[in-house]
Design a binder for this molecule. Structure first.
Ligand code: PRP
Length: 216
């Protein structure tokens, strides 16, 4: 049997993804997020885990360096990589939104036209503002987006909210939702054909486990 290479993203989806995969027989006791060892092989189940940066994960899957992976829908919508999306895992729920400093909330969304927006999601932001008919100046950052309006780098942000803690603690107010997101199982298109039986079984087993978990 060929190895199945599974890409796991560092960050918020990591722990839950490891737990869920263990429940469907893809346990990896020594897979830890801050591992210095970046490829972890389980000879028994013929699985290799690779641990990658969230924003790089779809690239590993698109090129077939990983057969499958777990990643947020937000990253898929932002990057539009050529991969199959096989399953909504149901966890990692969050949404992309637009926020401004609470003291500078304006009556209408259109009132923010021509302002500067800091974001890790430039494609999603441009698409959203285009749909609204708003011309904006986009500044791409790689993290800690909430800092930008505080220090005057931008007037507003487009960023992910999960619990709401980060925007609250930085006195920001959400003024529009861009789109909702949750974790997705994705597959390389060639791997999906070559390892069809195995991946199909994995999807079936994951569906079952996730359904059981969702029940009260
Ligand atoms: C994400 C996001 C927000 C925060 C939202 O950042 O960009 O900053 O989480 O979560 P909350 O609503 O639960 O507070 P992440 O932790 O991925 O780090 P980053 O800002 O460095 O990208």
């Amino acid at each position: 049997m060929d190895y199945l290479t599974i890409a796991l993203p560092k960050g918020k989806l990591f722990d839950k993804s490891v737990k869920v995969l263990a429940k469907v027989g893809y346990a990896a006791d020594n897979v830890v997020e801050d591992s210095r060892k970046l490829v972890i092989t389980n000879e028994e189940t013929k699985v290799k885990f690779i641990i990658v940066k969230t924003m790089d994960l779809p690239t590993y899957v698109e090129y077939g360096a990983a057969d499958i992976g777990i990643i947020g829908k937000d990253v898929l919508l932002e990057q539009r990589k050529d991969v199959y999306e096989l399953l909504d895992m149901g966890y990692g729920k969050c949404h992309l939104m637009m926020a401004v400093p609470a003291a500078r909330v304006l009556p209408n969304i259109m009132d923010y036209t021509h302002m500067r927006v800091a974001t890790k999601y430039p494609n999603s932001a441009v698409e959203f503002f285009d749909k609204m008919g708003m011309q904006m100046e986009i500044v791409k950052l790689n993290g800690s987006i909430e800092l930008a309006p505080i220090v005057g780098l931008s007037e507003l942000i487009v960023d992910i909210v999960e619990t709401g803690t980060t925007i609250r603690e930085n006195n920001l107010k959400e003024v529009a939702t861009v789109y909702p997101s949750s974790a997705r199982l994705i597959a390389n298109k060639v791997s999906f054909k070559l390892q069809h039986q195995r991946i199909k079984k994995l999807v079936r087993d994951l569906k079952k486990v996730l359904k059981e978990e969702a029940q009260p």
